[in-house]
Design a protein around this ligand. Structure first.
Ligand code: ZN
Length: 219
């Protein structure tokens, strides 16, 4: 049968903590003699409390430490487990979620940077064909005819790649700062992987590989 002594149920945590006054303890115990429902309830609460007590010990917040030393609570050291364990558990959960989130984000970013280069989506083109292609991912091969010495344009490094058979055909290759490919030496024969685009500004009007994703120096 359901026990309706809610006034006593509310005192059970206090009683279990040993923080109830003698008169309250007496009232609770007197009722327990006659109420099997409350005996069960109390046993469950004590089990739950013991379970919480098995959590790794952590320093109680200052206020709990302070009140624990107060002599008025003589019988057993009252320990306000529910509130602060709950907070601790919530904090731990948030910290774990954040940790997992950042780990996933980091590994994802790292794997994107270190992902094996998938050359299958790149199309090999003659340098003069870059101007007419709609393929964003291209591979071109040629001779490094000019390396941009001045670093006027911040955040990138340029070199000019010319067709070894057709000196008038060239593309301007741009390596973004922080990217892995190194600017090859002038005169070297290289194969370049990157994104094709056309720079239509009046002083340029040339095809570019921008950004350069990979440079392979040929023998
Ligand atoms: Zn009862």
């Amino acid at each position: 049968m359901t026990c309706l002594r809610i006034d006593l149920h509310r005192l059970f945590p206090l009683y279990l903590d040993g923080a109830a006054s003698p008169s309250i303890s007496h009232r609770v115990e007197k009722h327990l003699l006659d109420c099997s429902g409350c005996r069960t309830r109390l046993v469950r609460m004590r089990e739950a409390k013991n379970l919480l007590g098995e959590l790794p010990a952590i320093d109680a917040p200052p206020f709990e430490r302070l009140t624990a030393r107060m002599p008025s609570r003589a019988r057993r050291v009252p320990f306000v487990i529910p509130s602060f364990v709950r907070h601790f558990a919530a904090d731990a959960l948030v910290a774990t979620a954040l940790f997992l989130g950042f780990t996933l984000l980091y590994t994802h970013t790292a794997s994107a940077r270190n992902r094996p280069f998938d050359s299958s989506s790149f199309r090999a083109l003659a340098i003069r064909a870059v101007a007419n292609t709609h393929d964003p991912h291209v591979i071109v091969q040629g001779v490094v005819s000019e390396v941009d010495a001045d670093d006027d344009h911040e955040g990138s490094h340029r070199f000019r790649l010319s067709d070894s058979k057709d000196q008038k055909a060239f593309v301007v290759c741009e390596i973004l700062d922080g990217d892995t490919p190194r600017v090859p030496k002038a005169g070297s024969r290289v194969r370049v992987w990157g994104v094709s685009r056309y720079d239509a500004s009046p002083e340029h009007e040339w095809s570019e590989i921008h950004p350069v994703l990979r440079v392979e120096v040929l023998p």
